[in-house]
Design a protein around this ligand. Structure first.
Ligand code: GLA
Length: 726
């Protein structure tokens, strides 16, 4: 396609005109809020020029509140011709809410503003697609797009690169969805233009891929009407519908499948599913729960324990401490009515020995967010044990934001609010069960949720957390932006400073505190995270339970980060979005499809990512349990080499990621990021990354599969395997 570059002067950056698309890299910005700024004739020549690939805080000295962008753009009449004369503004994602005008005409609004009825709500992750009435466009002349933005927290405004003006396609007028109804699904085609086309439906078996029903029918739907067709959906079935209108080149597609369970049930005999190592600093409390699945009750025994460390044989919990550095080889044995199983294990005692495998556990944010309470934490902690997730190595119980009281005590101590009546008792309960206690704070004076942060109280806060028995700190930049923005220093040292300071006080405590940095990957944190002795660092912005968010977080932000991960220091692509999430007191099932959820957990396993469950454990269903408690999938995540996977192949919407494991094998994820099922030759895929094998292990199904076969990888799905040593 011919690309024509038009330079529009400094203010506009570069405008790229392709046959069907006009790309806009930047515009003019000013802080504040004034309705007059939507008028096309307003003189914005004194406004600051900005580009759209960075948030506004990175470009101008301004964080929360209102800001406006004005974009001057010549819209060519070549965009006008086609089936429908409208054009579409694709503004990319805007943080947080926006209202947009073209030449003074309101074209759209996403999210809400503080003064709106019901108050402010963010839509930071959503792409803005505004269809514009063609009569509002000044063809082949300058147009003004005015965008009013309200930002709360980081980052602000446009932040995901170029905006675009395009000719809309069928999907911009019509939507094909499959909505659940009693006993199955209904396909709904909603359209704002009259359309006549072909609807194809197939129903196939999720496990075998075999097509069971294939139907084609002609449909006509008048403008502003919808067509409804119902389909029954039996368990383990996949329904795919495709609609095509011959006037538009692309098709609409929708697909659903019922949740399907691939992980075989655990045997009734004891099976060890936990990490093969656990590290502790000399003299620090040992808190470790032996992770054996199988019928309960169970009795536990351990051989080789160093002096000072003891086992509770009924609970399988190690406690005590060990003063002498060294690697202690242990043998765990678990016995129940069905049999007895032993597993080799190493207890490492040394200064640099914490976080030897990625942390596994729970965090309150993705489900409860600011509505978290001690009661909710206790419910999830109890379920971690009763539902058997602790038998798979999940052990951290981390309270995120919103535990903090409004004011410090007169002595300056941070305190918990009324939702957390007794933090020390909570810590004691967790430790007595071999679980670990995590907490959250910010290096700023307030957290992202507006609660008290640790600024200027770092030492005292670390001491208070030690008294409560805290084992994990998530330290979230947020309110620190105020300090950072006020300073002239924007170098790497300025990013490092607050994190180094807290680490010094954490290290002074007589217990191990896993140090988890949260600053969304700014300042290339992976390059200096280990220097501040952090055990993990967030590499990206907050994840949400949508495919777009999973795609950006997992497949766009993580490539290239593998050299920075290893025992003690992990890249953290954010918490899990399976099960019931909601970021409030009202929860919903993850909006990811079952295939996307397999992709999510497979990728996090490959990435050696922190495995922090984001849903209430007591509400976990069988499908989610199957995702979280596959011992072979988790063993890759916990592999003691700690080699994070690298992205090896990106081709036709497919990606292959692989990592090597301590036993000489490789874990390989073959991901289909396309919207339709893709047949893949396994031998061909392995050859692309230089691997040959006669048989490989399907990690989800836990069975060996031949390499000389073709496998159907569902849309946004994965084939996750481990190659043998041959
Ligand atoms: C930020 C973090 C989230 C969560 C919230 C709490 O957005 O990235 O993970 O901790 O703050 O306010």
């Amino acid at each position: 396609m011919k690309r024509l570059l038009i330079c529009f002067g400094l203010f506009l950056g570069t405008l790229t005109l392709m046959a069907q698309e006009l790309s806009i890299e930047g515009g003019r910005f000013r802080k504040g809020d004034d309705p007059a700024w939507s008028a096309p004739a307003f003189d914005d020549s004194s406004w600051q020029e900005v580009t759209f690939n960075q948030s506004w805080e990175e470009l101008v000295d301004y964080a929360n509140g209102y800001g406006w962008y004005r974009i001057h753009v010549v819209i060519p009449s070549s965009l006008k011709k086609g089936v429908v004369e409208a054009i579409m503004l694709d503004l990319g994602a805007i943080d947080d809410s926006d209202q947009t005008w073209l030449n003074g005409h309101p074209v759209g609004k996403d999210g809400t503003f503080p003064e709106d009825p019901g108050g402010y709500s963010s839509e930071w992750g959503r792409r803005r697609h505004y269809i514009v009435d063609p009569s509002w466009v000044r063809w082949d002349r300058e147009n003004i797009i005015a965008v009013r933005v309200y930002n709360y927290g980081d980052p602000g405004g446009f932040y995901r690169g170029a905006a675009k003006i395009t000719k809309p396609s069928l999907k911009d007028f019509a939507k094909l969805s499959l909505l659940s109804e009693e006993g199955g699904y209904k396909a709904v085609l909603t359209t704002s233009v009259k359309t006549t086309g072909t609807l194809q439906v197939t129903v196939s078996d999720v496990m075998t891929g075999a097509t069971e029903v294939a139907k084609t029918q002609k449909v006509t739907v008048p403008a502003w009407k919808e067509k409804l067709l119902s389909y029954a959906l039996a368990p383990q079935k996949r329904i795919s519908v495709t609609y095509s209108d011959p006037r538009f080149p692309e098709e609409l597609k929708a697909e659903v499948c019922s949740p399907y369970i691939l992980t075989p049930p655990a045997p009734a005999t004891p099976r060890y599913n936990g990490p093969l190592v656990f590290g502790v600093r000399p003299g620090s409390p040992v808190i470790f729960r032996l992770a054996f699945s199988g019928e309960k009750p169970m009795q536990y025994a351990v051989e080789g324990l160093p002096e000072g460390v003891v086992l509770d044989p009924d609970k399988g919990v190690l406690s005590g401490s060990c003063a002498v550095e060294g690697d202690y080889p242990l043998v765990f044995t678990a016995t129940n009515a069905k049999g007895s199983t032993s597993a080799r294990f190493t207890l490492c005692v040394g200064e640099d020995k914490i976080g030897l495998t990625p942390p596994m556990g729970w965090n309150s944010w993705n489900c409860w967010a600011l509505s978290v309470s001690q009661e909710k934490v206790m419910a999830s902690a109890a379920a971690l044990i009763n539902r058997g997730l602790a038998d798979y190595g999940y052990c951290y119980m981390n309270i995120d934001d919103a535990w903090e009281a409004e004011f410090r005590t007169p002595e300056g101590r941070i305190a918990a609010n009324e939702k957390f009546p007794d933090m020390k008792a909570l810590g004691d309960y967790l430790h007595a069960n071999g679980l670990k206690f995590g907490i959250y704070s910010s290096p700023g004076d307030h957290t992202c949720g507006g609660y008290l942060g640790s600024l200027d109280h770092e030492q005292l806060d670390a001491e208070v957390w030690n008294e409560w028995g805290v084992d994990y700190l998530k330290y979230d930049w947020c309110g620190y932006s105020k300090v950072f923005d006020a300073g002239r220093d924007k170098s790497e040292a300025a990013y490092i400073r607050p994190y180094l300071k807290m680490q010094q006080y954490l290290r002074e405590q007589p217990r191990d505190i896993f140090y988890s940095l949260c600053q969304y990957g700014w300042g290339k944190v992976w390059e200096w995270g280990a220097f501040v002795d952090a055990n993990s660092w967030r590499t990206s912005h907050d994840i949400q339970d949508t495919w777009e968010s999973l795609y950006v977080t997992g497949f766009e932000r993580q490539p290239g980060l593998h050299p920075y991960a290893g025992p003690g220091h992990w890249n953290d692509p954010d918490m899990l979005i399976v099960g019931k999430v909601g970021w409030s007191s009202s929860l919903h099932d993850s909006r990811l499809t079952p295939d996307e959820q397999y992709t999510h957990i497979s990728l996090w396993s490959l990435l050696a990512a922190n495995m922090l469950i984001g849903c209430p454990i007591d509400l976990i269903d069988d499908f989610t349990f199957n995702l979280l408690c596959n011992n072979e999938v988790n063993a890759v995540n916990q592999d003691i080499l700690g080699h994070q996977a690298h992205q090896d192949v990106v081709e036709d919407g497919m990606q292959i990621w692989s990592r090597d494991l301590y036993d000489g094998t490789n874990a390989v994820g073959i991901f289909n990021l396309n919207g339709t099922t893709v047949p893949v030759s396994l031998a061909g895929a392995l050859a692309k990354i230089g691997l040959q094998a006669r048989t490989v292990r399907d990690l989800w199904r836990q069975q060996d599969i031949p390499t000389d076969a073709i496998y159907q990888i569902p849309p946004h799905g994965v084939l996750y395997i481990k190659t043998g040593k041959e």
